[in-house]
Design a protein. Structure first.
Length: 256
């Protein structure tokens, strides 16, 4: 765990030759990958290219078969989601991971509970923070609403809110975050992304909806070729394009 790795100043996380092998399948083959600090790192590729697998490894959901992860030049190992979260990494899943029988604030603070007097749950604070974050997301839903009673798009916003309450957030992974959102909700999400990057938070944005990104005002997309299956790197604002590997990959950023 004490191993060092020389990283560029604008890189907050580096994956070095990461592979993932399932029985009969090699999902990732020596992928090297940078997450740039305070930037939107967009990953676009075909189904089965390994995008979500790599992100699950970074988020502690899966463990790599080979290779290493580094943050701030130091080797890290995430055996669980909690390990990754302690390093400031959050993930918004494409598949909802909510509890439909619980209310909004209970879902948002699940495993992130605020306490008072060391042992008791501070539900008053839960409710106040839930109202604040849902107002920011332009979804003033009552904290007491049962999540199972919400439409899918609203549930997706709850999924997003769960990660925005993390105080030490450094990297936020968004896996197809707009799949269930309306056009208006997508614009709200893009606004939140701009605010997060302005605060120095890095975003890894997985999508296959190139046309959606192109429609956003202030988005610059520069196509070039990379492979997420081997030697992948993520393009970000200001990065130069060097088309040395095959497979689809694009770089873009959001401006006010």
């Amino acid at each position: 765990m004490g191993e060092q790795f020389e990283m560029a100043a604008d890189v907050c996380l580096h994956a070095e030759k990461v592979s993932k092998i399932y029985p009969g399948t090699k999902a990732l083959d020596e992928v090297s990958f940078d997450v740039h600090r305070g930037k939107v790192n967009v990953l676009i590729g075909e189904n089965g290219a390994g995008k979500s697998t790599l992100m699950k490894i970074i988020a502690g959901i899966e463990q790599e078969s080979a290779g290493d992860l580094y943050m701030e030049g130091k080797k890290v190992c995430f055996k669980t989601v909690t390990d990754a979260r302690k390093h400031g990494i959050g993930i918004i899943h494409q598949e909802l991971s909510l509890f439909p029988n619980l209310n909004v604030y209970q879902n948002i603070f699940m495993s992130r509970e605020q306490t008072k007097y060391r042992f008791g749950l501070d539900n008053k604070k839960h409710i106040e923070l839930t109202e604040k974050i849902m107002k920011k997301l332009e979804h003033p839903i009552s904290p007491h609403t049962i999540v199972g009673d919400l439409r899918v798009g609203q549930q997706q916003m709850i999924e997003i809110a769960r990660n925005l309450v993390q105080d030490d957030l450094k990297i936020l992974i968004m896996d197809e975050p707009t799949s269930s959102l309306s056009a208006q909700e997508v614009q709200v999400l893009f606004k939140i992304m701009r605010e997060l990057t302005a605060d120095g938070i890095s975003i890894v944005y997985i999508s296959h909806r190139l046309e959606e990104i192109m429609q956003e005002q202030g988005v610059l997309i520069q196509p070039y070729w990379r492979s997420i299956y081997r030697h992948a790197r993520i393009g970000v604002m200001g990065a130069e394009s060097h088309p040395t590997f095959e497979h689809h990959h694009y770089e873009w950023w959001l401006n006010d």
